[in-house]
Ligand binder design. Structure first.
Ligand SMILES: C[S@@+](CC[C@H](N)C(=O)[O-])C[C@H]1O[C@@H](n2cnc3c(N)ncnc32)[C@H](O)[C@@H]1O
Ligand SMILES: Nc1nc2[nH]cc(C(=O)O)c2c(=O)[nH]1
Ligand code: SF4
Ligand SMILES: [Mg+2]
Length: 239
């Protein structure tokens, strides 16, 4: 069986973002990312300075931890990171599905894998200008095709007007995909200070602005949702 580079495994908590918001979930966070978004809220799973905290784990040990955390009651497992697409997750999904567990994955859409079609949901989160990254749309479409469009949703983080206009154009490329807009959280603390206070008023202000902005444009396609776990627990790790 394969070895996975794991930053953390935690839960059950609620899925705080997007299409499955509120659903009890165990998170498996892989270490390592091919992007460096300026505002990444999970730098402890991205920045090489923190790789000493990433553990190579055999798939069966990762699976044992998920079963332990869930009390062996099947639930939704969210694979995140870092970019989980970099890791060989096929065996974990193939182990969990026959037991009744469901699998969702969060990725920016930069690396496609042939096992994406085993997922119940692929959350594709292309990065807007404020991230400092540039989307390779050919790669992104490979991810969409690998999963099959029926399994995919789009989730776009928006910090400002430039991001908003970019999100509108990006969404127009994929008019049939369910769409989620998420206000950005401006205060990713250093990983060693994850309990640090967040800019709650800033997040809520951007949330209200997004509601008004879409209404003004009569753009009624997106669901607009804040990161519920951030509202509840700030940037605390493990929730
Ligand atoms: C930490 S990323 C990991 C998965 C993958 N690398 C990705 O970006 O989709 C999980 C989700 O958190 C979002 N995210 C990261 N930092 C954020 C921030 N500061 N504010 C709002 N959302 C953020 C990402 O856009 C992504 O949808
Ligand atoms: N509760 C909770 N919901 C989340 N949704 C996406 C997360 C992520 O970091 O990928 C996340 C997370 O870290 N915690
Ligand atoms: S792609 Fe995701 S994990 Fe990687 S730096 Fe950006 S937000 Fe963070
Ligand atoms: Mg997060």
């Amino acid at each position: 069986m394969s070895t996975l580079r794991i930053a953390e495994i935690f839960g059950p908590t609620i899925q705080g973002e997007g299409a499955l918001i509120g659903l009890p979930t165990v998170f498996v966070r892989a270490g390592g990312c091919d992007y460096r978004c300026r505002w990444c809220d999970s730098l402890h799973a991205v920045d090489n300075a923190h790789r000493h905290g990433w553990t190579p784990m055999e798939t069966r040990h990762v699976w044992a931890k998920v079963r332990e955390l869930s009390g062996e009651v099947p639930l939704t497992v969210s694979l995140s990171g870092g970019n989980p697409a970099i890791q060989p997750f096929r065996a974990l999904i193939e182990t969990g599905k026959p037991e009744g567990y469901r699998f969702a994955m969060e990725t920016q859409g930069s690396v496609a894998r042939d096992w994406f079609d085993l997922l119940d949901m692929l959350v594709l989160s292309p990065k807007p200008p404020s991230s400092g990254e540039t989307v390779d749309w050919a790669r992104f479409e490979e991810c969409l095709e690998a999963a099959g469009p029926a399994r995919c949703v789009l989730k776009i983080v928006v910090f400002d007007e430039e991001d908003y206009l970019w999100a509108k154009a990006a969404a127009a490329r994929f008019p049939t995909l369910p769409l989620y807009l998420q206000p950005g959280n401006h205060t990713p603390p250093p990983p060693e200070a994850l309990d640090a206070a967040i800019d709650m008023e800033g997040i809520l202000q951007r949330m209200r602005w997004l509601v008004d902005r879409t209404a003004e444009d009569r753009w009624f396609a997106p669901h607009i949702l804040p990161q519920l776990h951030v509202l509840l627990w700030g940037n605390r790790r493990g929730v």
